[in-house]
Design a protein around this ligand. Structure first.
Ligand code: NAD
Length: 455
């Protein structure tokens, strides 16, 4: 557990935690108390692209894959094979959760299936690793935090950048004031998929081995469409439909804004605005091809920009984070970070000399050029952090509450976009303080029967 985490007062967040169930308290109940040498047994729900990748990282730590589960038989078989061929197989995750000897559940289903199996895993006395964004709607995320606290489970979110040494170092430098006063942070994803996007396949029959009704689960019942399911030789395209996900804000922006909020020590924005539209893409996705979200925090402004029709990059990277401070600028992404000192003009220097004492003058303009490249495997370390926390019952690096925070920040961006409103948010109570009933409704999500999210 990092110093930053241990300093954090979870009890302050009474609105989303269950009284008396702070993770920092001792006295956890577990299905099995794990000794240092006990082999941990994993159940995987959703053996698609990320599920298998995550699972292999658990296996590198010596974890035994006891069961795999998927509603798409070809992916279930891929998962079984990747697990070494001996795991139990299930189509229904509730049967996997019934297995008493499973200690931890990995949930790598599409976003609309993150909340329910994670809450039910907590209720079944299992720890969990659940993918980001933690939910499709803000209100679901609150229930996930509540379940982790109520059932005293360790729940790690797949925000694995938190486990990379260079992200940790960059965050520390920002917090230590290397960049001076940071007042503006920019995040982005740029690409060019003009004009066809993900295409426009017709509705049709689901492929062999897919239980389409189960895949839809709590989402509205609609005819099968390949883009909605999305599994193929690419990242699955369910991401681009609001019934199952939140487009780029729910996918990439969560990774980026997680680092921003961590570095800037904030728990959520005060105001949220967003502009964007589908100007030219001719595919059947729901999402804009051009988007900008602006969040105002108590002491800075942050933006997320997403272009799908022009890949011209910033700092030579199609995605990233830039912190702009009074003393310097930092570019940060998965490959490393670079600090660019803010040049002081001759006039500025003379003016400072006139106004300030010698000490302050010497501090100015001293931000060094700094650079650090990615040196470690964040995902592998992230899984290792969860496994260690399962044994010690400590708070993992990307605890569900942090996952909730960065997910809800980004989901609020989409609520602003879809409601076309300037929203005001109270981070302390985790409530909208300005927003119409229509915007308020977008914070929640109706579950299709028989599915219910009950903590
Ligand atoms: N942390 C990261 O860096 C990272 C990277 C990629 C993806 N992800 C996240 O991982 C999740 C999965 O993404 P993906 O690209 O691997 O998707 P995918 O479509 O390849 O895999 C999802 C799998 O879940 C299965 N599934 C759907 N509903 C199910 C249910 N009720 N029970 C069991 N299985 C079910 C699907 O059939 C599919 O095989 C997404 O939430 C995504 O945001 C995270």
């Amino acid at each position: 557990m990092s110093d930053e985490m241990s300093r954090r007062d979870f009890m302050k967040r009474a609105a989303i935690t269950t009284a008396g169930a702070s993770l920092s308290m001792a006295g956890f109940s577990t299905t099995r108390v794990l000794g240092a040498n006990d082999r941990i047994r994993l159940g995987v729900i959703g053996t698609g692209r990320q599920g298998i990748d995550n699972m292999q990282n658990f296996m590198k730590h010596g974890v035994e894959v006891a069961a795999v589960c998927d509603v798409f038989e070809p992916n279930l078989q891929k998962g079984l094979q990747a697990a070494g061929g001996k795991a139990q197989t299930f189509k229904d995750f509730r049967q996997l959760l019934d297995q008493k000897d499973i200690d931890v559940v990995l949930n790598a289903t599409p976003d609309h299936w993150h909340a329910l199996p994670t809450v039910m895993a907590c209720q079944a006395g299992k720890d969990a690793y659940t993918e980001k964004p933690i939910s499709v709607a803000v209100e679901e995320g609150k229930k996930m935090v509540e379940a982790a606290r109520k059932y005293k489970r360790v729940v790690q979110v797949g925000l694995w950048q938190r486990s990379n040494a260079h992200f940790q170092k960059a965050v520390q430098l920002v917090q230590d004031g290397l960049l001076g006063k940071v007042t503006y942070v920019r995040t982005w994803n740029y690409s060019n998929v003009y004009p066809a996007g993900i295409g426009n396949p017709p509705d049709g029959e689901p492929p062999a081995g897919l239980d389409w009704d189960f895949w839809l689960g709590p989402a509205p019942k609609v005819p099968y469409n390949w883009n909605r399911f999305g599994v193929g030789d690419r990242w699955s395209t369910f991401r681009y439909f609001y019934d199952y996900a939140n487009g780029w804000p729910g996918d990439w922006a969560v990774h980026l804004m997680d680092i921003v909020e961590w570095a800037m020590k904030v728990e959520g924005p005060n105001t949220i605005t967003a502009q964007g539209s589908k100007f030219y893409l001719q595919d059947n996705s729901d999402i804009p091809d051009t988007l900008q979200i602006t969040w105002e925090y108590p002491h800075f402004v942050a933006t997320y920009e997403n272009r799908l029709g022009n890949g011209n990059s910033l700092f030579g990277h199609g995605y990233g984070i830039v912190f702009h401070g009074s003393e310097g600028t930092m570019f940060l992404d998965r490959s490393g970070f670079q600090v660019y000192p803010e040049p002081l003009s001759e006039v500025d220097y003379r003016e400072l000399h006139r106004q300030a004492g010698r000490e302050e003058r010497e501090m100015r303009g001293k931000t060094p050029e700094m650079k650090m490249s990615q040196i470690d495997d964040g995902l592998l370390l992230h899984v290792g952090d969860l496994l260690e926390c399962m044994r010690t019952r400590q708070t993992p690096r990307a605890d569900i509450e942090y996952g909730y925070q960065s997910s809800s920040t980004c989901l609020l961006g989409n609520v602003a976009l879809r409601s076309k409103e300037r929203l005001e948010w109270d981070a302390a109570s985790q409530k909208l303080t300005k927003g119409s009933p229509a915007a308020q409704k977008l914070l929640g999500r109706e579950y299709r029967a028989p599915w219910k999210l009950v903590v």
